[in-house]
Design a binder for this molecule. Structure first.
Ligand code: HEC
Length: 388
């Protein structure tokens, strides 16, 4: 294949950064305002990265066209230099003709595939980290404002669903990651309309604050992750450890985000268990739950919101959560899970891996094998085709 997925990811990342740059430059020049405290995207369309990922033939055309455009720009610069150096005109004309040929013969992709409709908040990112508090707050907002249509479990079967002109979609599946979060924000804020008739299919939520809308998106992501884990035993998309405050032997009170760069093992002790797991220099042990009186764990998670947030991510009730353990990799992604009653770890406990996971030679046994696989296979979150 001409375009490897790694290369394509690089192109997508660059295209995303270029659009952000354009947005911010537009804003800095005073040509566009702000929406929800971030610069507004000024155009009615944006580049459709999701198409690039889904259709390799289209991706190839885009990459070859980008290469042709880059080549043409290089040739035009060369022509300029030749003009400045006052070289013979024939050279300059030759170079210009080559640039024109590149542009004419580039396999320009169909514009319908290249663009997606955009809204002013298309490129917005959630202003705060995915956190336990935000997930729990979002759960409350969802129960109050959304569950009547979308159902308490977000699968689209709320009590009002059957009376609506259109059935609400299942928000506990992969849908959320197919969208840019800024576009989901916009839809929740302003509602949705039927593309043909223009009739409202979902009402907007003018009463919610921006922060409440971001929190409901955090909740939905946690809910969808839990559902995926329960149904398929794995996560198709990487999920972060929700940020929360920890009380650590070294460093006192600190945010879990400040431990980025180290592996964490999050332990939820089962009820009545007297001994905490052995600490290990290969990771930081974080205990969530009651600890024996004389124990002083490496880090203790004290925020009340973390238990319900982790339970959502695991797809269990808060009562069923004790007894689980989770490994977090150095980038902050939740990667492996052990269930109540399980003894020890192995590479088979990974619940989140890339498709291109390196085929472990002969996997090391036990937790060492797990850690090696986890470190070798770095996760990237992709939203609407854009690596984030
Ligand atoms: C009156 C019923 C109703 C309420 C209340 C409601 N929704 Fe919806 N929602 C719908 C319907 C119907 C759709 C599908 C509409 C469509 O595709 O045109 C939808 C679609 C969505 C989508 C999918 C958007 C997409 O990009 O495809 C999201 C996300 C969503 N709703 C979130 C929420 C959240 C969050 C709330 C609460 C703040 C909420 N909804 C409140 C009925 C509702």
């Amino acid at each position: 294949m001409l375009v490897s997925s790694e290369f394509l990811n690089g192109v997508l990342e660059a295209l995303y950064a270029a659009q952000l740059l354009l947005r911010d430059a537009w804003h800095a020049l005073g040509l566009s305002g702000e929406v929800a405290q971030q610069p507004a995207w000024p155009f009615a369309r944006r580049l459709a990265a999701e198409r690039l990922l889904l259709e390799p033939g289209h991706a190839r055309r885009v990459v070859v066209t980008l290469a042709c455009v880059a080549g043409a720009i290089a040739l035009l610069s060369a022509a300029l230099i030749l003009a400045v150096l006052r070289r013979r005109r024939i050279w300059r004309h030759g170079v210009l003709a080559a640039a024109a040929a590149l542009l004419v013969f580039a396999p320009w992709p169909a514009s319908a595939l290249l663009w997606a409709p955009a809204v002013p908040s298309s490129l917005h990112r959630a202003p705060a980290a995915f956190s336990a508090q935000s997930i729990v707050q979002g759960q409350g907002v969802f129960a109050q404002h959304c569950a009547q249509c979308h159902g308490a479990d977000a699968r689209g079967e709320g009590p009002l669903a059957s009376q609506l002109a259109q059935w609400p979609p299942d928000l506990a599946g992969g849908l959320l990651w197919k969208r840019l979060e800024g576009e989901l924000f916009w839809r929740i804020r302003h509602g949705l309309r039927d593309a043909r008739s223009g009739a409202e299919t979902m009402p907007g939520t003018p009463a919610l604050s921006d922060q409440e809308i971001w929190s409901v998106l955090d909740f939905l992501q946690a809910r969808a992750a839990g559902r995926m884990l329960r149904d398929m035993g794995a996560w198709e998309r990487p999920v972060r450890l929700p940020a929360s405050t920890l009380d650590c032997r070294h460093g006192g009170q600190r945010s879990s985000e400040s431990l980025r760069g180290q592996r964490l093992q999050l332990v939820l002790p089962a009820a009545g268990v007297q001994a905490l797991p052995q600490e290990d220099p290969r990771w930081v042990t974080v205990v969530l739950g009651a600890v024996p009186e004389d124990a002083a764990p490496e880090c203790l998670a004290q925020e009340r919101a973390l238990l319900p947030a982790i339970a959502l991510l695991l797809g269990v009730t808060p009562e069923e959560a004790p007894g689980h353990s989770l490994f977090v990799d150095k980038d902050g992604w939740l990667r492996a899970r052990s269930v109540p009653g399980q003894a020890g770890w192995s590479a088979g406990d990974l619940i989140c891996r890339t498709e291109a996971a390196p085929a472990a030679e002969a996997p090391a046994p036990g937790v060492e094998g797990l850690l090696r696989r986890m470190d070798a296979d770095r996760m990237r979150l992709v939203r609407a085709g854009y690596p984030h």
